[in-house]
Design a binder for this molecule. Sequence first.
Ligand code: SF4
Length: 321
Amino acid sequence: MDVLLASPRGFCAGVDMAIECLNETIRCVGPKIFVYHEIVHNRIVVDHFKDQGVTFVDSVEEVPHGSTLVFSAHGVSPVVRDAARARRLRVIDATCPLVAKVHLEVIRYAREGYTILLIGHNGHDEIVGTMGESPDSVILVESPADVDQLPYDVSHKLAYLTQTTLSLDEANSVIEKLRQRYPNIESPAKEDICYATTNRQEAISTILKSADLLIVIGSQNSSNSRRLLEKGLAQGVPGHLVDGVGDLQPQWFENVKRVVMTAGASAPESAVTECIQYLKQHFNASVLDAILREENVQFPLPRELQMLRSRTPAPAANSSR
Ligand code: SF4
């Protein structure tokens, strides 16, 4: 069996930053801290921090007054920020800068009097936070069929934005429909679907053509991981989305000659390595790297954490003899 290992895969710059953010916050104030929603949508990552004593909450009211609260990579709405301020929490904001950019676009379009059509998935943390920037101005559009239901005429001041982790094909089908119906619709100069989502989808696009099976490492609630699985299905390649090696089932690989393996933007490389080891051990797999392009994006830690860090002594260096 051949395993084509897609690259880029796994952690993106936003996830790297959010995880470093949480690690550094723990180093500065200890593990008795709170995180609003999952820091990133990955069970292994979240369990790792839970094991250290971090508490994940879905409501600011669960956080004791004066505690430290980290906002996840998916961003939060102003209502959540206000609630944290009211409880006098020390907030560390690990929102990915590419999500924060979409928030700023909502604020700008709303100020200019636009109705904003936000293309995305109902209920996703990122969508909830983004819509919260201007709830009266933002309408969620999930599919081309939703475009037909919009009550606006062609002269209405409209702009569209997208969730950062959509399928490129799906988003384009909605955008095409919007442009047909509203030729004057505004949009930002630069695409909102982020570089990491784009790269991970493009990295499997060509190699799927020769594959019998797609394995995506990632959690069920990870939007960009699900989009990778859907891409396989759209190209007629069956697939499975797994957190890690414990989810692999031997019967999936019977009579399979070529597997494409990738990982969503929040999935750790250790989970990929364990899956590869399993396939080598049980199916004599040969691994071939399928590298589309290199990624070298990095995001700085949030300013409030940099300040906290500057006031916290660095850990003592290991002395070796
Ligand atoms: S997937 Fe994109 S938007 Fe989401 S955290 Fe990663 S870089 Fe940021």
